[in-house]
Design a protein around this ligand. Sequence first.
Ligand SMILES: [Ca+2]
Ligand SMILES: [Ca+2]
Length: 473
Amino acid sequence: MRHHRIAVLFVILCLCLSGSGAMGATVTVDTSTRHQTIDGFGGFGPKHVWWSNEAARSGFFDDAYVARLIDDLGLTIIRDEVPPMFEFENDDNAPGHFNWPRFNMTEYPPKPHKKGLTIAGKMPFYRAMKAKAEDSREPLKFISSIWSPPPWMKTNKSTINGGSLVDADSMRAELAEFCAAYVKTVKRESGVDLYALSIQNELAFVEPYNSCVYSPDQFAKALRTVGERFEKEGLATRIFGPECMGTYTRRDGVRNYLKPLLADREGAGRHLDVLAVHSYKDGVAPDYGDAPGWTAIRDQAAAPLGVPVWMTETGVRGSDWSTNGMDAGRAMYVALKYGNASAWVWWYIRDTIMANGETPKPAYYASKHYCRFVRPGAVMVEAGCEDGAVLVTAFRHEANGCLTVVMINNADAPKKVALSGTGLPAQFELYQSTPADPTCSAGGTVPASGEVGLPATSMTTLVAGEYRGTGGL
Ligand SMILES: [Ca+2]
Ligand SMILES: [Ca+2]
């Protein structure tokens, strides 16, 4: 009887310990098994929306916003829209010849007060971001997407309500000239070498705002024409796309848009440098996807083309740490882990992960766990935890001598974990976000040989090595 009672007590004790997380699980990091190289993390736009009337008078950003993105969040990708009215009338009838005075720097003809929708209105923000990144010696990539070609190139003669690019080689050549002129103009006006350009945002959708619909074949033909023009001009700007919904099998998803590229890898397929998707259901409601969905995009589309995967637009859900923050962290984790994504780019930073460009939301801090501590050029290495509620990714940056381990405790109970792996540094800096303090707070240093406490519903980043001021643009 006594033995029986002791056995029962032992079982209860074990249950209590595992329930409280006191029995540690092991997080394994294998730096010798390498996956994708990180291009960066970031989002869209300045502090005030580009279509704001007020900001046209007072400016679209301030120094505090720019400094916060570069020095605090650690943003390394900033996305923008290519202004369609940059060529609101054809410069001339020769798409092979730039008639520069006819490209429109300052006007948005339907709405003259919308200065943020012009090249001249946008360039101060580009120059400020570039200068701040250089001053802080942080890497920064600028990327841009076309929401609509100029109206005269389209079937509906408008930038809004869908329509298509006129299906003719001559008009594809005009689109290619428009893209090349934009890249050259951004360089001339801001000094920025545009890292990547998308020839069409969410190309399956008719929207009441700037939009344009491409069939998969039309997309492939336009992509090829723009890609060949970039080669001819010697432009290093990569082309990312198709910025469709991040679903593999749906009609408006990756499979259909990639089909003509995979069937013509030496032609059109050669010009897609990055496979980019948006994590939405419909262009508005976030859909962060799941492990099989991301893996299908990676294995069946990106891998055969030999290109990286980017997520270039999505929003957030909820408002508190447990929803807004944890959702953002899990979304990035799934894309990184199962899609081997090399970039994650939010929609308008000012509203998506901040409030009015002033106050960070929990999703800002969840992003920071990756953004600040995983710099471009880092390679995701194999990592995992025997406890399925602990979601682990790890990144090794050789040039910076930096190892970053990001751990999400997805459970409602606290956990303790021990690190295991060869060549781990002696100690890490710890940064943590919890329901009580969702601000990615510094928590001192922890020895790699000890246990790390992961509070319930939390994110923890361990980092060793250089991750600030490691290089310019
Ligand atoms: Ca033209
Ligand atoms: Ca021309």
